[in-house]
Design a protein around this ligand. Structure first.
Ligand code: HMG
Length: 389
C-alpha cells in the first residue's frame, strides 16, 4: 500500500509594512477601482531593506519548527527567483540561520513563480522513498517591477514555509499531476537587472492558456472532472488573475457547485489581496488563505494551478486531512497581518529606493523599526550580515 505524503505544516511571513492600493491609484492618476476591482488588490506588502528572501523564509519557518522537527529535516528546497547570490544557495544560509543539522541537503530551485511547486513535488517524491524524512520547502520572493510601471500595482513580497512529510496533517498529495513547459518571453529578469521585464497582457494570456492545457491533461490522465473538486487554488500574481482562471472552467460545473467553487475562491484570495504577489509563495499563500477563511471539510479535494513565467505550469491535487487546522497558527497569521503599519506613497518610494546597493560596499542598515526575529543588519566584506533577536 502506498503511504500518504503531503503538506504537514505551513508558516507564512510578510514584513510589517504595507501600502494602500487606493492611495497608490490616486497618486498614479488612476481610478482606485481599477486597482481594487480591476486588478483585485487592496494592500501591498512593502519590503524594508532589512528583509530579504532569506530572512523572510527564516521568519516563516520559525512558526512551524520545533526542536524535534528540526532534527528530522533531511532536505531544504528553497524556491525563489529573487535570491541573493548567483552561486551560493539561499537554502544554505537558511539552514544555518535555523540551526538545522549539517546532515541536511540544502538547494535553491528557480523557475520564476513555479520554484516552490518544483520543491513540493520533489520533496513528496523523496518522502515516498524515505517515509521517516521531513523536507522543508520554501517559496520566498520580493516582487518588484518599478515605480510608475503597469506592474507596480502587482508587487508584494513574503515567504511561505511548508513541511512535507508522511501522514501529513493538512493535505495528502495525489500522485498524478500534469505539467507543461514552453520557452516563452512573458516575464524575465536578466542577471544585470533588479526589476523584472514583463509583457503584461501577453503574460496573462499565457497563464490562462497554460491553465487550460494542464487542466485538460490532468483530466485525461485521471478521468476526474470538475465535479470531483471542492475548491481550486491558483498562483495569484494579483487576485483577478485567479478569478479569470476559475471563470475559464466554471461552465463545466453544475450551478450549485459553481456557487461552492466561487465561495472557495473568495476565501482563497483574501490574504493575497492584502499582501500582493510573492511570486513562488503566492499559490501556497492562497491555499493557506483557503484553509483559514474557507468552509473546508475532511476529504475535500483541492486543485492547484501553479504557473511560473518563462514558462512552466502544473496542475495537481490533494485531499484535506482530519487535523488540518493543527498544521498552521491561524491566530499568529491574523496578528501578523493586522499589526502591519501603513506607509504613505512617498515613504514607499523612499523604501523602494533604499534596497541594499549593488556595488558591494560595506553597509550598515538602519534597523530601528525592524521587529522580525530574523533580519539583515547590513553587508561587510561582501557578505550579508544576518541577525536573530
Ligand atoms: P494595465 O494595463 O495597467 O491594466 O495592466 P488594464 O488596463 O488591463 O486593467 C486591468 C483591469 O482593470 C482590466 O480588467 C480593466 O477592465 C479593469 P480585465 O479586462 O483584465 O478583466 N479596470 C477597471 N475595473 C474597475 N473599475 C475601473 C477600472 N479601470 C480598469 N475604474 C497588468 C495590468 C496585469 C498587465 C499589469 O499590472 C502587469 O503587467 N503586471 C505584471 C505581470 C503579471 O502579473 N502577469 C500575470 C500573469 S504572469 C504570472 O502570473 C507570473 C508572475 O507572477 C511572475 C513569475 O512567474 O515569476 C508575474
Amino acid at each position: 500500500m502506498s503511504i500518504s505524503v503531503g503538506i504537514d505544516k505551513i508558516g507564512f511571513y510578510t514584513p510589517g509594512l504595507y501600502l494602500d492600493m487606493a492611495e497608490l491609484a490616486t497618486a498614479r492618476g488612476e481610478d482606485p477601482n481599477k486597482y481594487l476591482i480591476g486588478i483585485g488588490q487592496s494592500r501591498q506588502a512593502v519590503i524594508p531593506p532589512t528583509q530579504d528572501t532569506v530572512t523572510m523564509a527564516a521568519n516563516a519557518a520559525r512558526q512551524i519548527l520545533t526542536p524535534a522537527f528540526k532534527a528530522d529535516i533531511a532536505m531544504v528546497l528553497f524556491g525563489t527567483e529573487s535570491g541573493i547570490d548567483n552561486s551560493k544557495a539561499t537554502a544554505v544560509y537558511l539552514a544555518h540561520l535555523l540551526g538545522l543539522s549539517s546532515q541536511t541537503r540544502a538547494i535553491e530551485l528557480k523557475q520564476a513563480c513555479y520554484g516552490a511547486t518544483a520543491g513540493l513535488q520533489l520533496a513528496a517524491d523523496y518522502v515516498r522513498v524515505h517515509p521517516a524524512a521531513k523536507v522543508l520547502v520554501i517559496g520566498a520572493d520580493v516582487a518588484r517591477y518599478g515605480l510608475r510601471t503597469a506592474g507596480e500595482v502587482t508587487q508584494g513580497g513574503g515567504a511561505v514555509a511548508m513541511i512535507v512529510a508522511a501522514n501529513p496533517q493538512i493535505l495528502a498529495l495525489e500522485s498524478e499531476s500534469a505539467y507543461h513547459t514552453e520557452d516563452v518571453m512573458d516575464f524575465w529578469r536578466p542577471t544585470y537587472r533588479t526589476e523584472a521585464l514583463v509583457d503584461g497582457k501577453y503574460s496573462t494570456n499565457v497563464y490562462l492558456d497554460f491553465f487550460k492545457t494542464v487542466w485538460h491533461d490532468y483530466q485525461q490522465q485521471t478521468h476526474r472532472t470538475i465535479a470531483d473538486f471542492d475548491a481550486f487554488v491558483f498562483h495569484l500574481p494579483f487576485t483577478k488573475m485567479g478569478r479569470k482562471g476559475l471563470r475559464q472552467i466554471l461552465p463545466e460545473a453544475q450551478p450549485e457547485q459553481q456557487e461552492t467553487l466561487k465561495a472557495a475562491f473568495e476565501a482563497s484570495q483574501e490574504d493575497n489581496r492584502n499582501v500582493g504577489n510573492l511570486y513562488t509563495g503566492s499559490l501556497y499563500l492562497s491555499f493557506l488563505s483557503l484553509l483559514r477563511h474557507g468552509q473546508l471539510a475532511v476529504g475535500n479535494r483541492i486543485g492547484f494551478f501553479s504557473y511560473g513565467s518563462g514558462a512552466e505550469g502544473e496542475f495537481f491535487s490533494g485531499r484535506i486531512q482530519p487535523d488540518f487546522r493543527k498544521g498552521f497558527d491561524d491566530a499568529a497569521l491574523t496578528r501578523l497581518l493586522a499589526q502591519r503599519q501603513r506607509v504613505s506613497v512617498a515613504e514607499y518610494e523612499t523604501i523602494y529606493r533604499s534596497q541594499l546597493s549593488d556595488d558591494g560596499r560595506d553597509t550598515q542598515l538602519a534597523i530601528g523599526e525592524e521587529t522580525a526575529s530574523y533580519y539583515l543588519a547590513g553587508r561587510q566584506n561582501q557578505q550579508r550580515q544576518y541577525r536573530q533577536r
